[in-house]
Write a protein that binds this ligand. Structure first.
Ligand code: 0O2
Length: 208
């Protein structure tokens, strides 16, 4: 397998999606004081992780394009849970890619405690050999969900996927605490946004 050639269109998709989603953030900032997008990150899955996942999920190399759907991955991090659903709706109605699957791990959290909203998309990318449809995953989550997932991911790495029961229980509790934080913040969302509006207006008049 020539991984460099295989991953080239995925790298292109990741770059294009990053520009487009960061562009959404900029537009929101121009048009209103609240951007539902806090930040955007993107990556192509490293070859070692691709090989691990293929082994774990028994994916044959011939089926990798259809079955390994997160080789190209983009993450959109929002302030509030409502923002996630706002972004999901906007992404579903774009005409530069097609959403082929939705996974709502917010209303249906994973056994680990993981919460996030995943969109699996088919993205048409222009190559020198013509158009290719590449499958990519967009993960949309709040800052609190991201904090939890990043820490849990590190622990999974440390324990090679076999986190001790005691730590796992703590992580589940931490996931609930993070979600509680999201719920509480949602209740004061209007107040927070009002404060951000005042801050933005003051800053703009200071900059004049
Ligand atoms: P990485 O290193 O982030 O790329 P599966 O792997 O079977 O759970 P599947 O079918 O690939 O899942 O699809 P899923 O669950 O919709 O998306 C997988 C990706 O979501 C993972 O990629 C993680 O990025 C994230 N994710 C899913 N479950 C969890 C979880 O319990 N904890 C954390 N921290 N992230 C999760 P990878 O390849 O596992 O990892």
């Amino acid at each position: 397998m020539n991984w460099r050639n295989f991953l080239a269109p995925y790298a292109q998709v990741v770059e294009e999606l990053k520009v487009k989603l960061k562009g959404m953030r900029t537009q929101f900032e121009f048009e209103s004081s609240h951007s539902p997008i806090e930040f955007v990150t993107a990556r192509v899955k490293p070859v070692s992780s691709i090989k691990d996942k293929m082994k774990r999920k028994h994916i044959h190399i011939d089926n990798i394009e259809e079955e390994l759907q997160d080789i190209a991955g983009v993450r959109v991090v929002c302030q509030f849970v409502d923002d996630i659903y706002d972004i999901v709706e906007r992404l579903k109605y774009r005409n530069d890619f097609e959403v082929i699957e939705e996974r709502d791990y917010i209303n249906h959290k994973k056994e680990s405690g993981y919460r996030s909203y995943h969109l699996i998309i088919s993205y048409p990318v222009e190559t020198i050999h013509g158009e290719r449809k590449i499958i990519a995953e967009i993960q949309i989550r709040t800052l609190a969900m991201n904090f939890w997932a990043t820490n849990e991911h590190s622990l999974n790495y440390k324990y090679d996927g076999r986190i001790p029961e005691k730590v796992r229980t703590r992580l589940k509790r931490a996931a609930e605490a993070a979600f509680k934080l999201d719920e509480e913040m949602s209740k004061v969302k209007d107040e927070i946004q009002e404060a951000q509006r005042i801050f933005k207006t003051n800053k703009e008049s200071d900059d004049k």
